[in-house]
Design a protein around this ligand. Structure first.
Ligand code: UDP
Ligand code: MG
Length: 303
């Protein structure tokens, strides 16, 4: 059986469209499937719509979070509740073409355990595109494989689901974890459609936070960067010291009060920045140690 997980946050107009599109698609291709809607604490009637769909179609289920926990949490809640032999994640706004799930499913039947959806285009403003591009460049370096244009649109085997669910960490990054888990994978290109109803949930501040969280949860490189930066400053100091000494021996007085102030500012600034980076990691450790759940489910349609 194929489980299709659909995270939905303020998507009241899209829930029924998604449920109908996916159900008829699965029926016409004779694939046994279940659809799991995860309402990520929406403020509109998303959950009511999900309940309606659960009544109308017997392969549709749904649950609702007590508040907004984020898409990542919604995906994991879906995975945890999935009963299928494989699971696909689909956006509720139908920006990911549902027909591609059939192709993904065929690839899975051929023996692939992870089928990654790869975007051939990128929607959004120029700013968003630039931001996304640089974020994926950095992430690709850290994860060790090309993450350019990847998305949350993928199909994973039961083995991969169980592996991901067994990870103890709270801060997960689904998009990179499927690579990281290292199962037999393949790619499938798809074109991102424009959003029809509602609007994107991302803005620059949310994206920045998402980027920082994911980079720090995947790599400790910023911590090492601090050491390198400190070493560079030290070298600089040595050169300056030697120069001053030579000047002194030649009978010139050391001068340049401005230089002193600038150096003080530079060093003060870099120390604070370094402390900030370390602080960020400590905060992450603190969050992990607290061991709070990724999400809290308040309602389920089948209970
Ligand atoms: N989403 C979610 N929780 C959030 C934000 C988004 O579950 O806090 C869902 C949203 O309902 C949609 C998917 O994640 O199904 C992708 O969101 P969106 O379309 O806003 O992102 P974009 O396509 O612009 O990257
Ligand atoms: Mg979208």
């Amino acid at each position: 059986m194929l489980s299709i997980i659909i995270p939905a946050y303020n998507e009241e107009l899209n829930v029924s469209l998604a449920a109908e599109a996916v159900t008829s698609l699965m029926k016409s291709n004779l694939i046994e499937s279940e659809i799991i809607f995860v309402d990520d604490g929406s403020k509109d009637k998303t959950y009511d719509e999900i309940c309606k769909m659960a009544k109308a179609f017997d392969n549709v289920r749904g649950m609702s979070f007590s508040r907004n926990f984020g898409k990542e949490a919604a995906i994991f809640a879906g995975l945890e509740n999935a009963k299928g032999d494989c699971a696909a994640v689909l956006d509720c706004d139908l920006q990911f073409p549902p027909e591609k799930i059939i192709e993904m499913y065929t690839l899975w039947q051929e023996g692939y355990e992870v089928v990654e959806g790869v975007k051939t285009n990128q929607n959004g403003s120029l700013m968003y595109k630039l931001f996304a591009k640089s974020f994926y460049k950095i992430m690709s370096k850290f994860v060790g494989c090309d993450m350019q244009e990847t998305s949350d649109f993928k199909l994973i085997d039961r083995k991969v689901i169980d592996a991901l669910l067994s990870l103890p960490e709270r801060n997960t990054f689904f998009r990179a974890l499927s690579f990281w888990s290292g199962f037999k994978s393949t790619k499938l290109e798809f074109k991102v459609e424009d959003r029809v109803n509602g609007k994107s949930k991302w803005d620059l501040s949310k994206l920045t936070k998402y980027a920082v969280t994911n980079i720090t949860s995947f790599t400790t490189a910023p911590l090492q960067a601090i050491t390198v930066f400190g070493l560079i400053l030290l070298c600089f100091m040595f050169v300056l010291a030697i120069e001053t000494l030579v000047r002194y021996l030649c009978g010139y007085n050391a001068e340049g009060f401005t230089t002193v102030i600038l150096l003080l500012l530079l060093i003060g600034g870099s120390i604070m920045m370094a402390l900030g980076i370390i602080g960020y990691y400590i905060a992450r450790i603190y969050e992990e140690v607290k061991g709070r759940p990724k999400y809290i489910i308040s309602k389920k349609t089948d209970e």
